[in-house]
Design a protein around this ligand. Sequence first.
Ligand code: SF4
Length: 489
Amino acid sequence: MCGVIGVWGNGPAIRDLYQGLLAIQHRGQDSAGVITFDGRFHAKKGNGLVHDIFTPEAVAGLRGPIGIGHTRYPTIGGGGDEDAQPFQLNSPFGLIMAHNGNVANYRELRDELYRDQHRLLNSDCDVEIILNLFAESLAHERMKNLEPEHIFRAVEAVYNKVRGSYSVIAYIADQGLVAFRDPYGIKPLVLGVRRDGLVPAYAFASETVSLNIMNFGEIRDVEAGEAVFIDRIRTVHHKRIRRGCHSPCLFEWVYFARPDTFIDKVNVYKCRVNLGRSLAQQIRRMKLAIDVVVPVPDSARDAAIEIARKLDLKYSEALVKNRYIGRTFIMPADAKRRSSVRQKLNPIASEIKGKKVLLVDDSIVRGNTSRAIVEMLREAGARKVYFASYSPPLRHPCVYGIDMQTKTEFVAQDADEEAIARKIGADKVIYQTLDALKKAVQQENPKIRHFCAACFDGIYPTGDITPDLLEDIEADRKSAHDAQLELNI
Ligand code: SF4
């Protein structure tokens, strides 16, 4: 999961990019980067948060009305400075690119690019694969200026080779701004327009919230398998190049996206309220004695309020979050994750002591965070701790851009609800069903017929994730994880 933005405005693009990136900081806190263009490229990227990297001095150097920005959450690669996006190539024309997603056949394509095209990738970042395949196709066109069909052919060349999920934004110097989404549309990407000059300004972003904050309207999704090309005179061309079965990532509504964002026309907040409602029905049937409903901040708040409202129970924000510590799930190494829970959350003991608490969270991944929170509530004097997850058990690796790529890391792997409760120290664990999760989204947009739910049900919508590939990804992830642990020691 990363955040990506591309802007072609009527003033300095960095003004928009900075605001837009702040709005999607939650999608990646590992690094941030921007490259702008005013006849030449200007780059600033590095490890850290948006406001740390883009100091007034850095912003002053990012000149030009066009730019691409990125916040990174590492999947492939150890997460060094050299892996920060966007990436740049000087030929053909000069190209910059950033993406959100994950190239599942990274290893195979990296070796192939070197062997067949003599292209050496200089980082562990998978967008370099897409950038080089795209550039290789454009290089064969030998045109003074690129036409839409050249761009669409280059996107098709990417589709022909790259497995996985990818929402991509690129700019080709003096030729135009390009965006495309993989044939299954797994990761979100939206386009907006702002009519603030003689010609319209355009922006692409991972989440609608960035477009709202940058004052872009007329928002639409880039479709699955579609490429959009904004040419030299800002005429918009688009083409549905591949028609895969549109399968948006269910976990975006559960956890990743901001509540004020719309994904495939479904508001994330509304979806979480629906999830709270359906979970409340399940909890009612269990006839548990509950004194207070407590959310794990921040993502679980909307669902927990609805659970308390539906069950007529007291709601209390008895876990207080230190906002200046990063999101635990997206911290790259387990050791960092474990130690940061205690720094991040602190209970209000008076709200907990002697109470039977229904704790609500978005999910249970590895169980470390959940266990630490349950322990915290017990230390604060809770009589009972029931743990409700408003998403189903996570049991399968995500190969599409989320840092859960090894089967063994899931607490729910080969475990039923009783065993999971024991592992995290709770009196009971309650999960949302997958059916209810899908319905919570479809209630808001019945046109969404399919989803990626692979981490819940093990069915990979792209249909090309073989057991061998899963093993390769798992091995890569383990070695990156070990390297990270060594760095932390
Ligand atoms: S496997 Fe899960 S997290 Fe990954 S893209 Fe699919 S639904 Fe999203």
